[in-house]
Ligand binder design. Sequence first.
Ligand code: MOS
Length: 709
Amino acid sequence: MRRAPAGGSGGASIGASPPRREAREKVTGSARYTADVALPGLAHVAVVPAEMIHGRVTGVHPEDALARPGVLAVLHAANCPRLNGTDGADLAVLQSRSVVHRGQFVAAVVAETPRIAHEAARTVRVDYAPGPHRLSPDTPGDGFHRPPDHGPFFPTDCSHGDVEYALSHAPVRIEATYTTPLYHHHALEPHGTVAYWHDGALTVFDTTQGPSGTRDILARLFGISPDQVRVIARHVGGGFGSKAAPRAHLVLAAVAALVVGRPVRTALTREQLSVVAGYRPPTVQRVRLGAEADGRLLAVSHVSFEQTSLTSDHCEYPAAPTRTMYAAPNRETRHWRTRLNVPSPTWMRAPGECPGMFALESAMDELAVACSVDPVELRLRNDTANDPHSGRPFSTRNLAACLRLGAERFGWADRDRLRAERGDGRRLVGMGVAASTIPQYRFPSRASARTDDLDRYTVRIAAVDIGTGARTVLAQIAADTLRVDVERVTVEVGDSAHPAASWAGRSSGTTSWGTAVVRACEGLRSAIGRCGGRVPDGGLEATADTLDELATPRTHSQHAFGAQFAEVTVDTSTREIRVPRMLGVFAVGRVINPVTVRSQLVGGMVMGLSMALCEVGVIDRTYGHFHTRDLAAYHVATFADAPGIEAICIDEEDFHTSPTGSKGVGEIGIVGTAAAIANAVHHATGHRIRGLPLDVRALMEAAEPGNGT
Ligand code: MOS
């Protein structure tokens, strides 16, 4: 039953779970993803990857390829059309002879079919003049430098108080180094683009998390106005950050379409993703905590070392969440980076927070053990109403409520008894906890809302549904603002021809787009009111732009929080770790759609479990290629690995973060998960594993005398 608010005929969509709008299309297989787009005369691209690590291309020999029937063109640096001042050298596709990592595109074949293209690509011979390369820092600290003082969202480093003095005088000290490996995104849908030109205008179907941003970058690259570019992304099969920024295959499709004068498809194979789609860089993090004997923090130092490529300024920022987590009077967070001849890293679900909170929340568990304080109680003791970094109050925090509710639901008070009872000779059992957090961003966006008859309403916004349920959730937001039933609202997303919008990234989609949709729908209601409740011929449309609204400086610190609880079993003979049960309790503002929110949170937790137990990306330190290029070599958790994962949300509303009171939920589920599992492994085994993944080798090493306790 829908509850109609006073004076309205609808308005209870938020908090309900109407089915996903594209659910039927997706489950019946009729949803058309980018690589499914079929156009008359479609040609296909296959890339020729660099077979050396660093140096120059001295010659490309396309003759054999060009002699094959069905081959339309072979592109390389000497014949590729010039692109304008590029947005990042990774998009300067085939613009120079320089090679900075193995696998970089050095040529591409355009042909009538994918098979002809791929077979021809293998016949393109390339001559190289290799130069010296660097694939790993020779010694810890070697070649590391400070990234620029400011990242895109916050200062690179911070320092408050006197950390060294406080650490040297603290009654309890923890000093440890934590490591996380390289992670691949491996969204279900591989990256692809279909591009065509018509009268000097470019249309692309692309696997993107941001149609408007992709449009603007293409316009700059090709020196045309954004009006002449259209980016369409009807369905996107996941991204996790790998589709947040345009990638080389997009540019290649557009440039190839220009050369052959036909529509062109560039569809990457899964093996190509590791090089082209970005990855989360490996981290080495040093955490030092100083505390009173009762566990109250006196000092926190978190310093991270990571890598990037020669062409990207990406920085993961793992120490950033430490700035806002706990109320230590003395704090420092620092980031160091080195440039290697590797493909460029990029954002991946909860960049920074995900590896950073593995380190911090593992260290907090070590502190709890050192102080003999319960790990939940330790976090409660260090809770804070104000953001220690900015000094501003949190819009909402509620970490304590998440910890308390989770402890109660998970049976935390009995954890030592359960360890003893459930463990038998063959299995050790343990429970662990960790906090999670994610900052809340809201980016300027535009939207329109239209009606012709007060019966049907149409909302348009260049948002994109990457599998989160964005279409459905925006329809709920629109329906409640318009005070109509959700079935009467059509939402059109996934097309840069709609009002420009921010990306599906940094857990900001629903807050950013939702704000624009609310404002457009409020505008439409006012317009209807001004017309005396009637719609004139030609209909009524209102548009909104949240740029001015969001220019006001924030008065509050805005973050989501959560508490992750894990139970593990460790087989004493095989040392296999399993996670029969996890519970995440999250404070993420008002829940707009319980089903899609739960899916985001549980999905994030599965990804965190996968990070804890399975995932490790490996670059060959001699030849510079990825050993882990497919899902046979790069292990991800599957259904059987994650039998009992549950996520719940506490009651919360945050109207500083969005007019609907919601916060973003896309990333927080992956934050803290690995630490909760590692902490549970410590509870079960007594071994502290500070480097992921928690695999058999890590447990065997930890069990050697003198290690890992
Ligand atoms: Mo996200 S890693 O900002 O798509």
